[in-house]
Design a protein around this ligand. Structure first.
Ligand code: ZN
Length: 346
């Protein structure tokens, strides 16, 4: 280590003064200092971050694949894994993580220490730190979120992987929205909250998670009420709106549908609610609008009420968010049977 990495730095400084003018020098690709050691930044000595330069000329401008690196930068790269946080995954594999933020070194150290302390064996550890970050959002700006970069790498026998996750602008705006922070707060179950965050960070559609969760609460496997599902549905509506850049972001329709679900549910016993909720969920899952409305209209007829216009609108207009409105109705329906839980949730 001393000979190969540290002595060469001192040696180079000496040579610079001695052999001035006679050396063929290059500029380091990273710090642009002059160097003549002939080290190149490539896969053979910088495994994982470097590429096989000679074989991947098309990666380089003008196919000039030389990437000189000075001994000092080489030492810094060499120390890179020391700054990362090592954790063991469920599979037993070691994974290294680092959270980068465009900030001073003290804050960077703090955020990474915090990350280490919150670490679980979860597959996506970043969801925890994101929940923390939006929790203290008053001090954070959209800009901060946009500049956060989560890095993860493994170093297993030449089969290492490197991946990263960043927050695009629309998602940063989403996380700074007070209604979003409120909806996250409305999900009391920590695991459900983490799952929702995971889905949002990895761009998966929340409707699948909501579907699973409503089914669970029908079966009462986990005591997560319709109210918490309703908050997840709102989050889905907001993230979709931000992604599309919608101007109208009122979640009034969802609130209305949720209340209607509760209203109908009050007329029914638990068995009827369960049967109806399953039918509706199945229809939503396959995107069958007419089947959904069939069940819906029957239920309104059963309790001798008029079907509200909102549902008719969602049925006829293609671009309206059928799934969110429909799921909100089912969440309300299911929540009407959790009479004991309602008190603490409201
Ligand atoms: Zn350098």
């Amino acid at each position: 280590m001393k000979v190969d990495f540290i002595d060469v730095i001192e040696l180079e400084e000496d040579e610079k003064t001695k052999k001035k003018g006679r050396r063929k020098v290059y500029n380091c690709s990273f710090c642009s200092r002059e160097t003549d050691h002939g080290y190149d930044f490539e896969e053979s000595n910088f495994y994982l971050v470097g590429v096989s330069n000679k074989n991947q000329r098309n990666f380089f401008w003008d196919q000039n694949f030389k990437m000189p690196i000075c001994p000092l930068c080489r030492l810094i790269f060499m120390c890179l894994p020391a700054g990362a946080i090592k954790r063991t995954q469920r599979s037993g594999e070691s994974v290294y993580n680092f959270v980068n933020l465009d900030t001073d070194i003290n804050s960077l150290y703090k955020i990474n220490s915090n990350f280490r302390n919150r670490l679980s064996s979860a597959d996506n550890p970043f969801k925890e730190i994101m929940l923390d970050l939006i929790g203290e959002m008053s001090q954070k700006s959209t800009w901060t979120l946009q500049n956060i970069l989560f890095i993860e790498f493994t170093l297993a026998d030449r089969k290492g992987t490197l991946s990263y996750l960043n927050i695009p602008t629309y998602k940063a705006n989403f996380f700074c929205d007070s209604r979003v922070i409120q909806s996250f707060g409305g999900i009391y179950d920590r695991q459900f909250q983490l799952d929702v965050m995971d889905y949002i960070l990895t761009d998966r559609d929340l409707k699948y998670l909501v579907d699973k969760q409503i089914r669970n609460s029908i079966k009462q496997e986990r005591k997560i009420g319709g109210n918490q599902c309703y908050n997840a549905i709102k989050l889905r509506f907001f993230i979709n709106s931000y992604r599309k850049g919608s101007v109208d972001m009122s979640s009034k329709r969802l609130y209305f549908a949720y209340n209607e679900g509760q209203k109908i549910g009050k007329h029914l016993n638990n068995n009827k609610i369960n049967a109806m909720a399953y039918k509706l969920l199945n229809a939503i899952k396959v995107g069958n609008r007419s089947q959904f409305f069939d069940v819906l209209v029957r239920s309104y007829m059963g309790v001798e009420c008029e079907v509200p216009r909102v549902f008719l609108n969602v049925y006829s207009e293609k671009d309206m968010d059928f799934e969110s409105v429909a799921q909100a109705f089912v969440a309300g329906l299911v929540s009407s049977k959790e009479k004991d839980e309602n008190k603490e949730e409201n």
